[in-house]
Design a protein around this ligand. Structure first.
Ligand code: N7H
Length: 510
């Protein structure tokens, strides 16, 4: 689904043979099985871990496979390569089982949310635990295997052989299957997904002729320590040691809690059900109330049109050619191009979760020249690697008894608390973010509202500002109330994805 291409030449700084493949680039997947397991025999598991590690797909393999796919396509053979992948992660209790006398919790540097686990953090994020599947509750899950391939049958066969290899060392306690939709690359609400990802310095080739700090045009290059331990990270603009920090400033190496955690990353998994019929009905009903086009309202909730065309560049109607053009569909800023949310609401999903240059004018914070404020946004980036699940909507379905479908949301980072949780809790769930935003022509302040897709608040009343566009001119107020969740978390887990060396001969296997 990714629109990026990566080069080996650029990747010399990163130990791409050691970093699991889903983290920075993304395993090739049209089907993905998530096998959640408990370790039932620690010595047996440790003994078999090197054999399992030998099957783990590295970043280098993923990049090689990208070249194979290109070559196959160019040959015109029409053959679909059978590319199977495996990545592996552990929860904090899972790591502690393997580490014996030196548990991860002994480090003051360990991410406290990772240690607490997703269930303990549910209330903080606004999750409704009674909607969670029992499998994700309690302490049964020690780890997860991500098994990927071109279709369900091949993934199942790969998963079976992996589980056989581990024998009685584990018990699979739960399985989930993700699959790309027939409309590949599009999620269940009908929008293209996977367009905007942070570029990785040293891995993503600079491809913007007018800005060497970007991969594809608009794709800022981020220091890899934000996603993998052991590399330089970003610098927050409020860091007193870096008073002049910009979004390009090279920060200190992001050190892991333990040396063996170098080249590893934290992974957040969330099973997010999407209430597609409820979403569609809401959009239809509300667009009538607001007197606006249904498609425009849906696009203003997301910040992009179904094709992927961003509202900042296509404010009133979809532009399929723009949506499909990876060199154009992410090439925009918010504050500089749309200071008064005429084009894209402040609370639209993509503006909430990646506000780009929007933080420049936060109240009480001296305005920084250029894009200084964006430095603080770039410390909150996520590498997303999810996949849809569930069948297509069926004509016989009705609201209230929709089939279980949605997104197996996966994201990677080196701090769950400062990255995923911050984006969900302090941005998406927070109606006052982005702070200090104004009405057109300086005519007052605005409370932007909650993220209409993923925002979660107690009591479920979410308010979103300005769904009716004041574009190209105008200063009319509008806001909507959303009293239901179109996206419902039904399970989650926090994992650590170690380096391949750590799996082969680190303390996890010794
Ligand atoms: Fe979102 N959606 O289909 O509407 N997301 N998301 N997301 N999301 C994005 O730009 C969606 C979720 C981010 O860089 C697009 O790649 C759905 C969570 C971020 O401009 C679409 C669900 C979190 C971005 C969707 C869901 C995020 C992003 C536009 C749940 C984090 C990149 C495609 C079922 C807490 C923003 C694209 C940027 C983009 C949808 C979940 C974050 C269409 C349906 C839980 C950072």
């Amino acid at each position: 689904m990714s629109v990026q291409s990566f080069t080996h030449a650029a990747a010399t700084l990163l130990n791409i043979s050691n970093i699991q493949g889903d983290i920075l680039v993304g395993l090739q997947k049209d089907a993905e099985k998530f096998l959640f397991f408990t370790i039932t025999d620690v010595p047996a598991f440790k003994a078999r871990l090197p054999m399992l590690a030998a099957l783990v797909t590295s970043t280098k393999s993923v990049m090689d496979r990208e070249q194979d796919i290109k070559a196959e396509k160019a040959s015109g053979s029409g053959t679909r390569l059978d590319l199977r992948g495996l990545n592996l992660g552990f929860t904090a209790p899972g790591l502690d089982k393997l580490l014996g006398n030196n548990p991860v919790t002994t480090s003051a540097m360990i991410d406290s949310s990772f240690v607490a686990g997703a269930q303990a953090r549910a209330a903080v994020l606004g999750d409704e635990l009674d909607a969670w599947l029992p499998a994700f509750q309690g302490t049964k899950i020690d780890g997860v295997m991500l098994v990927t391939g071109p279709d369900e049958t091949k993934v199942n066969s790969h998963a079976t052989s992996i589980v056989q290899l581990l024998g009685s060392a584990i018990a699979v306690v739960h399985e989930e299957l993700g699959q790309t939709r027939p409309h590949r690359g599009f999620e269940h609400f009908g929008f293209q997904d996977g367009i905007s990802q942070p570029g990785i310095r040293g891995l993503t080739p600079p491809m913007n002729p007018t800005d060497p700090e970007q991969g594809l045009p608009g794709q800022d290059l981020i220091h890899p320590g934000e996603f993998v331990f052991g590399y330089p990270g970003q610098v927050d603009r409020f860091d007193p040691s870096f008073p002049d920090a910009t979004k390009e400033t090279t920060g200190p190496i992001v050190e892991p809690p333990f040396v063996w955690m170098n080249d590893g990353a934290y992974m957040v998994f969330r099973r997010l059900e999407q209430r597609v019929l409820a979403f569609q009905k809401f959009v239809k009903d509300e667009s009538r109330v607001l007197g606006m086009d249904e498609g425009l309202l849906a696009a203003r909730l997301v910040g992009r049109w179904p094709s992927g065309a961003p509202l900042v560049l296509a404010p009133l109607q979809d532009d399929a050619a723009l949506g499909a053009d990876a060199t154009k569909n992410n090439h925009f800023e918010f504050q500089h191009e749309d200071a008064s949310q005429r084009r894209c609401p402040y609370a639209a999903h993509i503006r909430k979760t990646y506000p780009r240059d929007d933080l420049n004018d936060a109240p009480g914070i001296p305005a920084l020249a250029g894009e200084g404020g964006e430095a603080s946004v770039q410390t909150r980036r996520l590498r997303r690697a999810g996949i849809p699940f569930g069948r297509e909507v069926n004509d016989s379905e009705v609201i209230g008894s929709e089939a279980s479908r949605g997104l197996m949301f996966v994201c990677y980072q080196t701090s769950i608390i400062d990255q995923f949780e911050f984006v969900q809790k302090d941005w998406a769930n927070n109606d006052t973010f982005v702070f200090g935003k104004g009405r057109p022509n300086g005519s007052g302040q605005v409370t932007p509202g909650h993220d209409p897709l993923i925002g979660q608040v107690a009591g479920d009343l979410r308010v979103v500002d300005e769904l009716v566009p004041n574009y190209p001119t105008g200063n009319t107020r509008s806001s909507i109330n959303i009293t239901q969740r179109f996206v419902q978390a039904t399970g989650a887990g926090y994992f650590f994805m170690p380096s391949i060396a750590a799996l082969l001969h680190g303390p996890l296997s010794q």
